[in-house]
Design a binder for this molecule. Sequence first.
Ligand code: NAX
Length: 332
Amino acid sequence: MTATAPIRVAVTGAAGQIGYATLFRLASGEIFGAHRPVILHLIEVPPVMAALDGIQMELDDCAFPTLAGVKKFDSDHLEDAFRDVNFVILVGSVPRKQGMERADLIRINGPIFTSTGKAIQAAAAKDVRIVVVGNPCNTNCLIAMSHAPDVPRDRWFAMTRLDQNRAVAQLAQKSGRPTASISNVAIWGNHSATQYPDFVNAKIDGKPATSVITDHAWLKGDFITTVQQRGAAVIKARGASSAASAANAALDTVKSVIRPTAAGDCFSAAVWSDGNHYGIEAGLVTGFPLTSDGTNWRVAPGFQVDDFSKSQIDKTIAELKQERDTVRDLLP
Ligand code: NAX
C-alpha cells in the first residue's frame, strides 16, 4: 500500500450495537489518519441487510472527507466481503441468551468463525490483520486462524483491550490520578470472568501501582473482581451490554497495533501463544502484554510473574484449554 492508497476495513455484525459504534470512527480519519482514505465493508446476516442501507445513509450524511466507499455484504458471501481488505473487525456473532451456558455459546458461534477464517485466507489483502471481538473471542479467534493457515499467526488478535481499559479506569479512580498516569496494564488469559488484570506490573506516574495503592487487599480482591465482572455490571445498570466502550476498545486495539507503543508501556490483546513466553503452552489464544513498533508487535519481555499472578494465570489458561477442547472438532 502507498501512503494514500485506500485502506479497506471489514466489520462483521456491522448493524449491531458494537459494529454501529465502530463504523463512524473508522470512517472519520481518527484511526488511520486524516490523509488515508477508508473503504468500509459492512457485513451482516441476510435478514439484517436492510439496516445496513440506513447505516450507509448515515455515513453519507457525515460527509467524512476520508470515507472513500461503503460496500455491503451478506454473510453468505464472505469471500466477496473480505476481498482485498487490510483490516477485519469480527464482531458478528450470536449473543449469549438467558440460560445459555458458555459451552453452548462456543458451539453455536464456532462454525461462524470456521467459514470466516477460510474466507479471509481466500480473499483478504496480503497484509490483512484481524481483531476478533465476538465472544468467546479467544476461542473464536483460535478457530478462525486455524482455518487460515496461510495468514501469518501474528496477524490475529482477540480483544482484551476493554478489560485493559476497565482496569486502567479502576486504578485511576482508586489512586485519584488521571487515566493518563496509568501504564503497563496487562490482561492475561481469557476475555471472561477468569481473566487476570495484572496490577503487579502496572505503573502509576511511572511508579509501581503497588507502591502508590497501598491497599493490597483491594488490588488482590475487588480490583480483580470488578474488572472481571464489569460486563455483567454494565448489563445490569444499562439493560444492554457494553457497546460504546467495546467499540472504543476495538479501535484502541487497531491503533495500538499500528502505532509505536510508548517506552515502558504495553497494550493488551490476546494472541497466539507459541509456547516461548511466560510458561504458557503453545496453541492457545491468550492475553499477553504486547508492544508494537508500529509495524510488528512482540510479547513484552520482563513482566514479573509472582506466585499470586501465576496462580491467577494458571486458572484462566485452564479455562482456555477447556474451551479449546470443546471445539476440538472445529480445529483442523
Ligand atoms: P449485537 O447483537 O447488537 O450485534 C451483533 C450483530 O452481529 C447483529 O447485528 C447480528 O445480526 C450480527 N451477526 C450475527 N451473526 C453474524 C454472522 N455470521 N455474520 C455477520 N454478522 C452476524 O451484539 P453486540 O452488542 O454488538 O456484541 C457483539 C459481540 O461482541 C457479542 O459476541 C458480544 O459478546 C461481544 N463482546 C465482546 C467484548 C470483548 O471485550 N471481546 C465486549 C463486548 C461484547 O460483549
